[in-house]
Design a protein around this ligand. Structure first.
Ligand code: UD1
Ligand code: MG
Length: 461
């Protein structure tokens, strides 16, 4: 832990430009709230404390952060969002005695990395360090105004900028590093901006310049990492940059992505060498895919573990499940939470599983629902088999032992056990346990009525 570092995360703004009833910093970038990215990078610095500044819907953001990261925060409450300077004024009240460096981050600048923050800290050679980037289209950002020797003079917000200032392409990223004593001395001296009546944190730069305090600057080369998100369009732009980087990293480490324009893969997904991802796949959450797997068109995978050599045919949906090596599933299979498929299992089209374990070599090839069940080795489940696991109040368990053969369209009314090598007749409704090696048939005997058409005519008269 860095005993002298505090991280402040500004997240109290209304986010008006998002046109949303949710707080801006909770909007997801590739499935994860923007502010989570900022917290994750901040945590890598092992700071002594993290102070998020909240106001607009603060209960929502506070609960979200506490649920996701535990009680590691000191929340500051900005009564009314009167600008970034005012937000920091509320934050500094929470700084601990031992802190001497304050890193200020923005909840709406999520694509930062721990390396970027380290670079900012390493450039902190004077009481205040700012972070800048160059943008072809700098609209919306504070412009960095320098003298002809390159010394920073001020940061001018777009709203306050002259035409000449607006043409400057170096912009303020909104990330700063301050010596605590310098910050505390100046933060109370901020004045509201004449035009917007907001307290700008950037006014501290003007103060530093006028009293001759040197200003350090870290300029990030990968400018897109400092994109601020203020609108839905900026949200989409940032998401695209992050997605492209994630896909590039996977391809660099040996994953084939057939059409990178048409897949969605979140940041924490791991994929092994020689795995092939077809178009329109959506892979999210804490998912790990092994080596040499094939994930065909339109597959959706969330929070799951897929081992080596698994083949997933088109349009399967897999959530919170584990699939072991050499298993084949789909097309159109639905693995709901807590499904475990051991090696060489085969799950075919229109099969739904939930809280079900299929042991090695078991098969359910067509049109089945298998829920709350254990299916042992090499058992074959016929088309249309249903585990009737729910009686309207409780869920019940079905146990099918190894080498069993479940005839097509069997209803297994749980709780029920099918013995080893047992067989059920097609169309049976099984309500009692079936002993090992036996056949259970539950259906009325077939009747034959000969000359049926003549009989039918007679009945009609
Ligand atoms: C700010 C900077 C601008 C910079 C840009 C980079 C100022 C005055 N401007 O502008 O120079 O180029 O970021 O993205 O600092 N916030 C609060 N309380 C408030 C107002 C804002 O906590 O009262 C938070 C917001 O939630 C947000 C962050 O501060 O996370 C930045 O605020 P925002 O309104 O987005 O400022 P920008 O206009 O983007
Ligand atoms: Mg912003």
């Amino acid at each position: 832990m860095n005993k002298n570092i505090a991280v402040v995360i500004l997240a109290a703004g209304k986010g008006t430009r998002m046109k949303s009833s949710f707080p801006k910093v909770l909007h997801p970038v590739l499935g994860k709230a923007m502010i989570n990215y900022v917290v994750e990078s901040a945590l890598k610095l092992k700071p002594f404390e993290i102070i998020p500044v909240l106001s607009h819907q603060k209960e929502l953001v506070e609960k979200h952060l506490t649920d996701d990261f535990g009680f590691i925060f000191k929340f500051a409450h900005q009564k009314t969002p009167l600008g970034t300077g005012d937000a920091v004024r509320w934050a500094v009240k929470h700084l601990s005695e031992n802190i001497d460096t304050v890193l200020i981050l923005s909840g709406d600048v999520p694509l930062i990395t721990p390396e970027l923050l380290n670079n900012l800290m390493n450039n902190h050679r004077s009481p205040v360090t700012i972070t800048t980037l160059e943008l072809e289209n700098p609209a919306g950002y504070g412009r960095i105004i320098r003298d002809n020797k390159g010394n920073i003079l001020k940061i001018v917000e777009e709203k306050n900028a002259s035409e000449a200032e607006k043409s400057v392409k170096e912009v303020n990223a909104g990330l700063y590093c301050f010596d605590k004593t310098f910050l505390l001395k100046h933060i109370e001296k901020l004045t509201p901006n004449e035009l917007t009546k907001e307290y700008y944190l950037t006014e501290i730069i003007d103060m530093a310049v006028s009293e001759g305090t040197p200003i350090s600057c870290y300029t990030e080369k990968e400018g897109w990492r400092l994109l601020g998100i203020n609108s839905r369009i900026e949200l989409a732009t940032a998401t695209k940059y992050l997605q492209d980087t994630i896909l590039k990293n996977h391809m660099d480490s040996g994953v084939t992505i057939i059409n990178p324009e048409r897949v969605y893969i979140e940041k924490d997904v791991l994929i092994g060498e020689d795995t092939v991802i077809y178009p329109d796949c959506h892979i999210s959450g804490i998912t790990k895919i092994g080596k040499n797997a094939t994930i065909e068109q339109g597959v959706i995978i969330k929070d799951s573990i897929i081992h080596d050599n698994v083949h997933i045919k088109p349009y399967c949906v897999i959530e919170n499940s584990e699939i072991f090596s050499n298993t084949v599933i789909g097309p159109f299979a639905h693995l709901r939470p807590e499904t475990i498929l051991e090696e060489k299992v085969k799950i075919g089209n229109f099969v739904e599983t939930k809280k079900a374990r299929f042991k090695k070599g078991a098969k359910a090839n067509h049109l089945s629902y298998i829920g709350d069940a254990l299916v042992e080795e090499n058992t074959n489940i016929g088309a249309g088999t249903i585990t009737c696991n729910y009686d309207g109040e409780k869920k019940h368990f079905t146990h099918i032992k190894k080498n069993a053969f479940i005839g097509s369209n069997t209803c297994l009314v749980a709780p029920v056990t099918i013995g080893e090598s047992a067989v059920t007749g097609a169309g049976s409704v099984i309500t009692k346990d079936v002993p090992d090696n036996s056949l259970a048939v539950e259906r009325s005997e077939q009747r034959i009525i000969e000359n049926w058409h003549k009989i039918k005519k007679r009945i009609k008269k």
